[in-house]
Ligand binder design. Sequence first.
Ligand code: ADP
Ligand code: MG
Length: 250
Amino acid sequence: MTTLLEMKNITKRFGAVKAVDDISLRLEPGEVVSLCGENGSGKSTLMKVLCGLYPAGDYQGEILFSGEPLRPATIRDTERKGIVIIHQELALVRQLTVLENIFLGSEISRGGVVDDETMALRCQRLLQQVKLDISPHTRVGELGIGQQQLVEIARALNKQVRLLILDEPTSSLTEQETGVLLEIVKDLRDHGIACVYISHKLNEVKAISDTICVIRDGKHIATRPAEGLSEDDIITMMVGRELTALYPRE
Ligand code: ADP
Ligand code: MG
C-alpha cells in the first residue's frame, strides 16, 4: 500500500517567526491522525502549507502525495488531488442553497452536461452519507452551524476526497452534533479516507485517532499510536512539563 502523504522537513516562516519548524508528517490511507498542540503551535499553518494556501514555494521542505511530488500552489490544485480542508470558520455561501454550495466550482456544474434532477439526486445521496435529513434546496443561511459543517463534508465527498483535514471542527458544535461528526469520520476511515483532525478536546482526539502527533512552538515533539496514551500524557507533551508541576496533586 502506497503511503498517502509524506510531508518532509516542512518549515514555514512569517517574517522572523518560524511558525512551522522542520516538521515531518506521514499518513497512510484511512489513517486518522490528530495534530495536538497549544494555540499558536503551528497546527493550522502546517495544514495550510499542504492545502496550497500560501503562494507557491513560500515554504521549505518536500511533500509527496500518493508517492508523487506535490508542490501545493493553490487550493484548487490540492482539492483536485483529493485533499480538502474544512476550517473552523465556515466557507459556505449563506445565500445559496445546499446543492449550489456542494457543486459550486465543480466540473459537473460548469460543464452543463448534467441536468438539475441528476444533480439533486447526487446531492441527496451525499447528504445521506453525512446523515443530514434536509432538502438540497435549503438555503445554507437557514442551517445551524453543525449542519453547515456536515454540508462542508458532503462537499468534500463530492470532490472525491482522499484526505480530509478538519481544523477545530467541533468548537461551535453541540455534543450531539459532535457525536455525529465523529461517527462520519469513522465511516470515512472505513472507506479508506484519511483524516487530519485538529481539536483541543482531548476526549474527541482519543475517541477518533489512530495516531497522535504533538507539536509545540512549531516543532515536532512526538508521534505515537493513540492507543495507550492518556489525555494527561498528551497534555504533558503539548505543554512540555509534567502536569503535576502545573497542577500539583495530593
Ligand atoms: P495553531 O493553529 O496551532 O493555533 P497557527 O498555525 O495558526 O497555530 O499559528 C502558528 C504561529 O504562526 C503563531 O505564532 C501565529 O501567530 C503565526 N501566524 C500564523 N499565521 C500567520 C500569518 N498569516 N502572518 C503572521 N503570523 C502568522
Ligand atoms: Mg489553528
